[in-house]
Design a protein around this ligand. Structure first.
Ligand code: HPA
Length: 277
């Protein structure tokens, strides 16, 4: 379904889970794969992982799948790819994230997560590019997400839907990732609304309340993934030190370039982790 002729998720009376089921049916039809096992959302810097995971059997423009929006950002490819791994597992790669700051509402932000759950996937790997707060980190370094603080002020849950978020980012999967790279550090991800980068004062606040990573995605998606029963693994690529920690101004160009430089190393890491799932 094309974004330009209206998105069914924008109808407040529509059921977002029915739309996700329709999207999953589109994916099954367009890929010829009835069930996927694992899903991956690839953020800044992580895109090349898709080439290393296995054989891409089908690539679909995201706009051909019900409810998906065209991506707003350079460096974000608007496709869904179905990959067959050497172990015979089916991986669905979402290269079309909708960010909360785009202003289309949280239903659109989490539609990909609900869709992958409807395709049958049990595991969701969420990746992003983000700012680092820990002084021991440097740009280009991948870190595991251990927990999050949702500063978006919003939620994908509607009505009195009380959901436990203890161990939201699976300890089992984090341990598994560390069997591939024992040097992986981890931290708490703070989702800001964006699209402006944080002020140094906001970064100090994030640090004071227990944050180590600042970004503009992932937390809302992880909440929806937990609601859908998916086991979650989260990775951030530290593309820059957060505002005020690095003394130079932040730029989107810097984020893209750091992602590009780190891409070969982190993509191979991610592909090895997915191979072990
Ligand atoms: N803040 C928020 N989002 C980001 C950053 C940052 O410093 N770097 C990349 N994405």
């Amino acid at each position: 379904m094309s974004d330009t002729i209206g998105n069914p998720l924008d109808d407040p009376s529509a059921d977002p889970f029915e739309i996700a089921a329709a999207a999953a049916a589109d994916i099954a039809r367009l890929t010829g794969v009835e069930r996927h096992d694992i899903a991956l959302t690839l953020g800044s810097g992580w895109g090349k992982a898709a080439d290393l995971i296995g054989e891409t059997t089908v690539t679909i423009p995201a706009t051909e799948v019900t409810g998906f929006s065209s991506p707003a950002l350079e460096g974000h490819v608007g496709t869904l790819r179905s990959i067959l791994t050497p172990k015979g597992r089916r991986v669905l790669v979402i290269g079309a994230r909708t960010h909360y700051y785009e202003g289309h509402g949280v239903r659109r932000v989490v539609h990909s997560v609900r869709t992958v759950a409807a395709t049958g996937a049990r595991t969701m790997v969420l990746t992003n590019g983000a700012g680092g707060i820990k002084h021991t980190w440097s740009p280009g370094q991948p870190v595991l997400i251990s927990d999050h603080i949702n500063l978006s002020g919003d939620s994908p849950l509607e009505g009195a839907t009380f959901i436990d978020l203890t161990d939201l980012y699976s300890i089992r999967l984090r341990d598994l990732a560390r069997t591939i790279d024992p040097s992986l550090d981890e931290g708490v991800y703070c989702q800001f609304r964006g699209p402006q980068y944080e002020t140094p004062a906001e970064v100090r606040m994030a640090k004071t309340i227990g944050g180590h990573i600042v970004g503009m995605s992932t937390a809302l998606e992880a909440i929806a993934a937990r609601q859908a029963g998916l086991e979650i693994l989260g990775f951030s690529l530290i593309t820059n030190m957060a505002a005020g920690i690095q003394t130079t101004p932040l730029s989107h160009q810097e984020v893209i370039e750091a992602g590009r430089d780190a891409e070969p190393v982190i993509s191979s890491l991610l592909a090895r982790v997915v191979g072990a799932l």
